[in-house]
Design a protein around this ligand. Structure first.
Ligand code: GDP
Length: 443
């Protein structure tokens, strides 16, 4: 998981709150201090930390919780909201509006740019776009081969010429080449190294002028922490940066610093890199990111669990009703598995409701993070119709889905088996008790 250490520290601060019987000023101040410490250890800029925690403290001390919400739930919600704002508030997805959409990727060497371009190409391919890559790095001949090797398994074409010395010419020719071939998205890679940084920015401006991209994407190394601020600004001043991808957030001790620094420049973070593999790219959504980071689902107490579930809108009254009616499709299953992975098994939740001591098989409702990711990859290759109505998926469709997602028919069948098992389980639950539970979730 991204920013695991920061997540743990924030979670333990919130646990203090969840465990205490009363919420008073002293406790709020202690929790705020814990949050400050956690953020500073993740290399978040001290000034930004102070601004943020001041707001949290002021709101926690002055705002009255709305009816039906306990003071501690209220403080947890304030922390969640302020952290979400801190990281940009709303998700800003990458939009592919025109055909072809030309994206220009920039960033300094070592930032993870080459890997990220391959990841982005694969991400878009999985969503049905035909993608072409143009390598204009005339400084490092290896760049072209590296990119080619990364996307080879996915049959994504790379345009480039390691012998050519004119980067602007390569960019122009590459875009023309793929336009002729009718691709949907062209991603142009630029050099990440020059004798001087000013040379790098100059070349970037020239290429940008020559191909007029729809969007410039800046790739920033998440391990540089708050230094990301100056780097993002330097690029932003040279050319309009449409989006930022922060890489290497898996395992980086300074990732919190990098994310918050980039958010502070006002440029939207559209993706984060969370591993070395081509699949390790996640669309960035501040809300989802923060709730996962805080691990709100782990906080003891049924109410918090329900609150989280409700906010995430992953198990709502309608959903429970859907189970009651036996309508439960693959998308529902994925949302449930994802929620349960965060919350702890559904079993645990059900057992907290008096009178619902079901003994559910654990493996029916809980899957590991890796498996869930594989499911996502498989489901990305299904049609809307198949997701809505999995019974349609026959053997030839299974073969197509396996091929499209780069997985195996065995894995696709495994996902369908899990789906059938969950559907059966929900059908077999006591309808009356479930209806009661639906009321609880809704009310
Ligand atoms: P470039 O010089 O900017 O093109 O960087 P590369 O794409 O060659 O990446 C530099 C190194 O960072 C490589 O070893 C990559 O595998 C690694 N890398 C890139 N993105 C990530 C990421 O999100 N997580 C991790 N752990 N490593 C990454």
């Amino acid at each position: 998981m991204a920013l695991e250490k920061l997540g743990k520290a924030l979670n333990s601060a919130l646990r203090k709150l969840a465990r205490s019987s009363t919420v008073d000023e002293a406790l709020i101040k202690e929790v705020v201090r814990d949050i400050q410490r956690a953020l500073i250890q993740s290399d978040v800029n001290v000034r930004l930390v102070l601004q943020l925690t001041k707001r949290i403290q002021e709101r926690a001390l002055n705002e009255k919780p709305p009816a039906g919400v306990s003071p501690k739930e209220h403080v947890i919600k304030i922390v969640y909201e302020e952290l979400t704002n801190f990281l940009g508030r709303e998700a800003v997805p990458l939009e592919i509006k025109e055909k072809p959409t030309v994206l220009l990727a920039v960033g300094i060497q070592g930032s993870g740019k080459t890997t990220t371009i391959a990841k982005l190409a694969r991400h878009l391919q999985k969503r049905g776009y035909k993608v072409g890559l143009v390598c204009t790095d005339t400084w490092r001949p290896g760049a072209y081969y590296q990119l080619k090797q990364l996307v080879e398994p996915f049959k994504i074409e790379v345009f480039g010429d390691p012998e050519e010395k004119d980067a602007v010419k390569l960019a122009r020719e590459g875009v023309a080449y793929f336009k002729e071939r009718g691709v949907d998205v062209i991603i142009v890679d630029t050099a990440g190294r020059h004798k001087e940084e000013s040379g790098l920015i100059e070349e970037m401006k020239q290429i940008s002028g020559a191909i007029n991209p729809h969007e410039v994407i800046l790739v920033i190394d998440g391990t540089i922490g708050q230094q990301a601020y100056n780097q993002a600004l330097a690029f932003k001043e040279a050319t309009p940066i449409g989006s930022i991808i922060v890489t290497k957030l898996d395992g980086s001790a300074k990732g919190g610093g990098a994310l918050s620094a980039v958010a502070a420049t006002g440029a939207p973070i559209k993706f984060i890199g969370v591993g070395e593999r081509v699949e390790d790219l996640e669309p960035f959504d501040p809300k989802r990111f923060v709730s996962r980071l805080l691990g709100l689902g782990d906080i003891e107490g049924l109410l918090e669990k329900f609150e989280e579930l409700q906010r995430e809108q992953e198990l709502k009254e309608e959903d429970v009703e859907k189970f009651l009616k036996g309508k439960f499709n693959l998308k529902d299953m994925y949302a449930q598995l994802e929620a349960m992975q965060k919350m702890g098994p559904l079993k645990q939740i059900l057992q907290m409701i008096p009178g619902l001591g079901y003994s559910l098989p654990d493996d029916a409702v809980k899957v590991g993070e890796e498996k869930l990711r594989r499911y996502r990859i498989i489901m990305d290759s299904m049609t809307e119709e198949e997701l809505e109505n999995p019974d349609l998926i026959n053997y030839s469709r299974i073969k197509r889905i396996a091929r499209g997602s780069g997985t195996s028919t065995k894995e696709v069948r495994e996902l369908l088996a899990q789906y059938n098992q969950m559907r059966k389980m929900f059908k077999s639950l006591d309808k009356r008790k479930l209806a009661k539970m639906a009321k609880k979730f809704g009310g």
